[in-house]
Design a protein around this ligand. Structure first.
Ligand code: NAP
Length: 625
């Protein structure tokens, strides 16, 4: 069993992640809490809050997508025929590639808009960037590579380097097409191949097509009046402009010494950037629409003896231990032992007494949620010296409403003399050439950093893929999935032969906080399935109508309409920005709610072990959809 790293140095304020934290003498008065939470929600539930500038179509802001990290090199168009094209060189794509190699596949071509390997970890190089799931379970293939992360939460640089290492070892780089955007993929019925076209004029034919486009690949830029008028520098966190700021992800941003900087957004990205900005800039204005719940991170170096205690199978066991706790299953010990396993798990799976009614269960869950949120608010109060600032930083909503954050330097940063927190629950009023206006006050700045996140979770795959995917009968994936996904296992869809979609939230598989675990599972499935098909001499497979209908019906049957609870939430990605009722039952998970992780994995493994391709039509080149 792996040894746990030593305990943290004391973090500022009480620990809201400590199991059984006592919120003190604060009574849970449900009516008062509901009223407060709803009032805070209503301050944020304003028209246009979800409006974005679509960077695909926005001539002015399209430049936000350029790659500041790797120069683009002109090259001749490629004409090639390969076994597999994988769209996306991030974690999912690389893992799929590695598993395809293990299955003996020779020609693999990764296509990515980025200038190199890494996906999210290629693009997000902002100061302070780290994973917020423990690196020992977040960084894949640690055991195979004999690599032990240097810290409990690794830096973006360390994660990217590790992904590059995997890609190198599995020879996924040489044939990759970087700085290349797929513009169209079309199934060629006559030859049983996909034809993939790109913005570089490439035409690559492949037998198998894998969509590993990621869930955080589309930057979200809000639509705020007058944005174009701003005369200073501006960029999104996923394209950090070190040429302007100087420094690096872990080095001072020395060119900001005489600069006033605005940071918009206080989610998982924004909160990591605040301390580095405060350390470097003349003044920092943090524009906060909704405060995040900031739990303890407790980062620390990996103790040298950690590696010595690891036994074969340790990483899978640790991942499973985390996942079991997150699903409310009994385990002997909590190996990861962090804010996720304490709070997230406790709130989603409250301990119940026998014979409790549904109403009592809901009340118990709400009481735990209140305790945890009260502890978070207490942490703010005891960390931030100015009571008015502290009050603005307190999250007044249920823990289940937003993805929680974990950080130990963010809250103390508000005690610095060169930071101002600007409360803007209804968003930023407008821009002028000199800065941003909130409540009629102009905040003059030299630079604006958009920490406004990504089109995650609810953005359909065909939009994230960003190109027409044309299957049998000239039907596009966008047409087929217009009202929601229809799949087998969330990994294949009828009418799109020989195509795999890596598992993702709202795509009929399961959801995990540790996305790596899902990527590992999807990649193993793709690798083994292609290997089996090749072994059996199958040129073409498609999902049978029956299998897809059954899988999809299975998802719909267990879909729980949580819109009543979620509509009381502060608007967020999780409740579709205040409109949870719009969630399609088709966009659910196997087993309902966040999904039955272990059941799903067992089902995939059985299917692979059986090797009977149940639910697939194989060698069906002449069939019609
Ligand atoms: P995010 O969580 O969606 O946060 C975006 C922030 O921008 C929110 O604070 C949002 O306010 C604010 N915002 C959006 N539009 C605005 C507007 N018009 N005016 C003012 N504020 C506005 O995005 P993120 O921080 O990039 O994180 C996205 C996801 O990426 C995370 O949930 C996580 O899954 C992943 N992530 C992980 C890590 C990590 O592992 N450490 C780091 C970064 C990201 P509201 O809250 O009011 O919407």
């Amino acid at each position: 069993m792996p040894a746990m790293p030593p305990t943290d140095p004391p973090a500022p304020g009480p620990d809201p992640d400590a199991a059984g934290f006592d919120p003190g003498d604060v009574e849970f008065d449900p009516e008062a809490v509901h009223a407060k939470y709803l009032a805070e929600r209503d301050r944020r539930l304003v028209e246009g809050r979800a409006d974005i500038r679509d960077l695909d179509r926005d001539a002015y802001f399209a430049r936000f997508r350029s790659d500041p990290f790797t120069p683009r090199i002109e090259r001749d168009p490629v004409r090639d025929e390969v076994d597999v094209v994988i769209v996306g060189g991030g974690m999912a794509g690389i893992l799929a590639g590695a598993n395809l190699r293990k299955a003996g596949i020779e020609r693999i071509c990764i296509v990515d808009q980025a200038g190199g390997i890494g996906g999210t970890w290629y693009w997000n190089r902002y100061p302070g960037v780290m994973c917020d799931v423990e690196s020992y379970i977040y960084m894949p293939m640690l055991e195979e590579f004999g690599y032990v992360p240097t810290r409990r939460y690794a830096s973006g640089e360390e994660i990217r380097t590790h992904l590059e290492r995997i890609a190198e070892r599995y020879d996924l780089v040489e044939d990759a097409l970087f700085h290349t955007d797929v513009t169209r993929a079309e199934w060629q019925e006559d030859v049983g191949r996909w034809r993939v076209e790109t913005d570089r004029g490439d035409r690559v034919e492949c037998r198998w097509y894998v969509l590993a486009v990621g869930i955080l690949n589309l930057m979200k830029l809000p639509a705020i009046e007058g944005m174009e008028e701003f005369a200073g520098r501006s960029f999104h966190t996923a394209r950090w402009d070190y040429e302007y700021t100087g420094g690096g992800p872990d080095r001072p941003l020395e060119r900001l010494r005489d600069k006033k900087v605005a940071l918009i957004g206080t989610g998982a990205s924004g909160i990591q950037i605040v301390q580095p900005l405060v350390d470097s800039a003349e003044h920092v204005y943090v524009f906060q629409r909704t405060p995040s719940a900031i739990g303890i991170r407790g980062n620390r170096p990996t103790p040298p003896e950690f590696a010595d205690t690891l036994e074969p199978g340790w990483q899978q066991a640790r991942m499973d231990n985390f996942q079991a706790i997150m699903m409310g299953l009994d385990v002997d010990e909590d190996q990861v032992d962090d804010g996720w396993t304490h709070n997230y798990a406790a709130i989603h799976h409250p301990r119940l007494a026998e014979g409790m009614s549904r109403r009592e269960i809901a009340q118990a869950a709400e009481a735990i949620d209140f305790e945890v949120m009260e502890a978070h608010r207490r942490r703010v109060e005891e960390t931030v010296a100015d009571p008015a600032t502290a009050e603005i930083l307190k999250p007044y909503y249920r823990y289940i409403c937003k993805r929680p954050c974990f950080h130990d330097e963010y809250l103390p940063a508000f005690n610095s003399p060169n930071i101002s927190l600007i409360d803007c629950p209804a968003g930023i009023e407008r821009f002028t050439a000199r800065g941003l206006v909130v409540n009629g006050t102009l905040y003059e700045v030299d630079c604006v950093v958009y920490g406004t996140g990504f089109e995650a979770e609810r953005t359909p795959l065909f939009r994230r893929a960003g190109h027409d995917i044309v299957g049998r009968g000239d039907v596009t994936l966008a047409e087929k999935w217009a009202d929601g996904p229809r799949t087998l296992f969330g990994l294949m869809t009828r009418g799109f032969p020989n195509m795999f979609t890596m598992p993702a939230p709202t795509q009929q598989s399961v959801v995990t906080v540790n996305y790596t675990q899902l990527a590992v599972l999807g990649a193993e499935f793709v690798g083994r399935t292609v290997g089996l098909l090749a072994d059996h001499g199958v040129d073409v497979f498609d999902v049978s109508a029956r299998a897809e209908a059954d899988w999809t019906q299975g998802i719909v049957d267990v879909f729980i309409d949580a819109s009543r609870v979620m509509s009381a939430c502060t608007p967020s990605r999780i409740n579709n920005e205040g409109h949870p009722e719009e969630a399609s039952p088709l966009a659910g998970n196997y087993g309902g709610q966040l999904g039955d992780w272990f059941g799903y994995r067992a089902l995939l493994q059985e299917w692979l072990d059986d090797a009977g391709f149940e639910g697939l039509e194989i060698d069906v080149r002449s069939a019609t959809a």
